[in-house]
Structure formats: C-alpha cells, structure tokens
Design a protein around this ligand. Structure first.
Ligand SMILES: C[S@@+](CC[C@H](N)C(=O)[O-])C[C@H]1O[C@@H](n2cnc3c(N)ncnc32)[C@H](O)[C@@H]1O
Length: 227
C-alpha cells in the first residue's frame, strides 16, 4: 500500500492541535523551555529581556526615526503573550496572531486591560484574520523554528510583505541549524534555512535581506526590509 500523503491542511491542523495540547499542559514551559514552572513575574521578565536584546538594541532599523508610541507593530506566533506584553510597553499599537486558540486565550488574559493590543487566532498560514491595516514593523521569535513546512513560512513572509509599509522591517528568527531532523508530522522541529535559502526567500517575497545573524545556528535572525 502507498504511504498516505500528509496534506498541508492536515499539517496545519496538527500544528494547531499540538500547540493547543502544549498550551493546556504547560504553556509557559513550551513557550520558553528555560523553566518548567514560571512565575508571572519571571515569565514576563523573560519577554522584556527578548525585547531588550532584539528590539531596544536595534531601534534605528525598527523605528527609522518614528516615535515608537506612534507605531503599529505585528507579532507572529505570540504564544502566551510573553513578548507581546513587552512590545505593548513600547509601541503604540500591537497586533499579534497565533495558530493555537489555547495560546491566544492565555495571551488575551496576559494583556487584559491593554486597549492598544489585539490578539487573534489565525489559520496557521496567513494573516487574513487581520483587519485592513498597514504596519510599521513586524517581529517573530521562536515560532518559525517550530514550523516543519517551508511553504508555510514563505506564506507568512509574503503576508507580512503585503501588510508592511514600504521600507519597513520584518525582523524574525528561523531555524538555522542544518543538522536538525524534521518530519512533516513533527510540529516541534522546524525546517532549517541556510544563508542562501534566506536570501532567496527575501528576494522571492519582495524584501531586501539586509542583515543576517546566527547562520548555521538555531537562532538565525533575519532583517528583511520591504522594498
Ligand atoms: C515557542 S512558542 C513562542 C511564543 C512567543 N513567540 C514567545 O517568544 O514567547 C511558539 C508559538 O508559535 C505558535 N505557532 C506554531 N506554529 C504556528 C503557525 N503555523 N502559525 C502561527 N503560530 C504558530 C505556537 O502556537 C506557539 O504559541
């Protein structure tokens, strides 16, 4: 008998159900495996540290002279709101999506009372859930490193291109370790990108791949500027 093909839709459904299960079991651990029992304070402080490391050190590229309080930003894969909350302390408007309804529920709880933050459950592959808005900056960390399908990551990059203002930055992290073993049914280990893969993706999706950091490593950061 021929092996059954695992379709894209089945794969996305698996991402949603696996991440819902992880969120129900111990969302904060699966979001940041540095601890298995995070206090509220430590968990959100780790998000502030991410913003300190990846955003506050890079305000020239991110803000391009704009006042962050007047910027609208997008986060892909917000999980339990760890980084979203820190983004909301800095930027005027934050929109965040995640494939997991369970994660979205936790993120909404973490951000209750922040009227400038909007959290959406999306379909796991595009940004059609968002209202017709343009964004000044887009960010994603430790999300694409879990996506086992290159087509899905390309879809997000194209979608971010559709929603960014010209010249604006999409700063994001992908899996850069070429030795990882992926399988279409494994929603923990994402497809690796080489430098050549990253440049090709930028060019095919309308971005200028201006900077890269961490090629060959798990935390491979890309700076894609919308042309
Ligand atoms: C390790 S957590 C990181 C969450 C957050 N970025 C942070 O740093 O705290 C990965 C998140 O990506 C989400 N995710 C996984 N696959 C996704 C997909 N195809 N589309 C949108 N979100 C996805 C998961 O539901 C999960 O919340």
């Amino acid at each position: 008998m021929e092996p059954q093909e695992f379709t894209l839709e089945q794969q996305i459904e698996k991402m949603r159900s696996d991440w819902d299960a992880r969120a129900q079991e111990n969302a904060r651990y699966y979001v940041n495996t540095a601890a298995d029992a995070w206090s509220d304070e430590e968990f959100f402080r780790s998000g502030e540290q991410t913003v300190a490391d990846e955003i506050l050190t890079d305000m020239g590229n991110i803000c391009q002279g704009k006042n962050p309080e007047r910027m609208r930003v997008l986060e892909i894969g917000c999980g339990a709101g760890r980084v979203t909350r820190a983004l909301a302390q800095l930027f005027g408007e934050v929109h965040a999506v995640d494939v997991s309804g369970e994660m979205v529920a936790q993120a909404r709880k973490a951000l209750a009372g922040a009227p400038h933050v909007f959290v959406y459950q999306n379909n796991g592959k595009d940004l059609s859930v968002l209202p017709a808005l343009l964004f000044d900056f887009a960010f994603s960390t430790i999300v694409f490193q879990h996506i086992p399908n290159r087509e899905v990551i390309y879809s997000y990059v194209r979608e971010v291109h559709r929603l960014l203002r010209p010249g604006a930055l999409f700063k994001f992290q992908v899996q850069g370790d070429p030795t990882v073993e992926t399988s279409p049914e494994d929603t923990w280990v994402g497809v690796p990108f080489s430098e050549e893969d990253a440049v090709r993706m930028a060019e095919e999706c309308g971005f200028e791949p201006r900077y890269r950091h961490g090629a060959g490593e798990q935390y491979f950061w890309l700076w894609f500027f919308k042309k």
